[in-house]
Design a protein around this ligand. Sequence first.
Ligand code: 4NP
Length: 156
Amino acid sequence: MVRVMFVCLGNICRSPTAHGVFEAKLRETGLAELVEVESSGTGSWHVGEAPDKRASKHAAKRGYDLSPLRAQQVQINDFYRFDYILAMDEANRRDLSEMMPEDAKAKLELFLSYTSLPETEVPDPYYGGDAGFEHVLDLVESASDGLLQEIKRALR
Ligand code: 4NP
């Protein structure tokens, strides 16, 4: 079993999008039983909430269902439970690295390290418009393909 956690600030826009997209790709490739996926936020403001309506709407247009997801906040224990903790931006990575125990099991990385696109961060779409949510999906789909290749290698 490989365990992956996607992390952003609020866990209502970017990381639930990554969660839904990556789970869909795991199902398509028959790997859903071998990989466990969760997402969380470094902040606690939205704990218990469903994903942002705009994130859900844009995801649904591409066939991804985010409706079962609920926001949670990263816990110290997550650094021992997960193999990959994937941050959406540098601020998320910095916050996570400050929390990360020295004997953590997880590999902490920027999610976009799994794409060859020039972008290194998934920009926060919360205060922007539709284009921001579409851009998040483009970046997340690309990095999910790269992560899938990495995990296939790890499972071999
Ligand atoms: P996310 O977006 O980190 O992609 O979930 C945000 C959601 C909420 C807030 C900031 C970013 N907020 O400040 O409430």
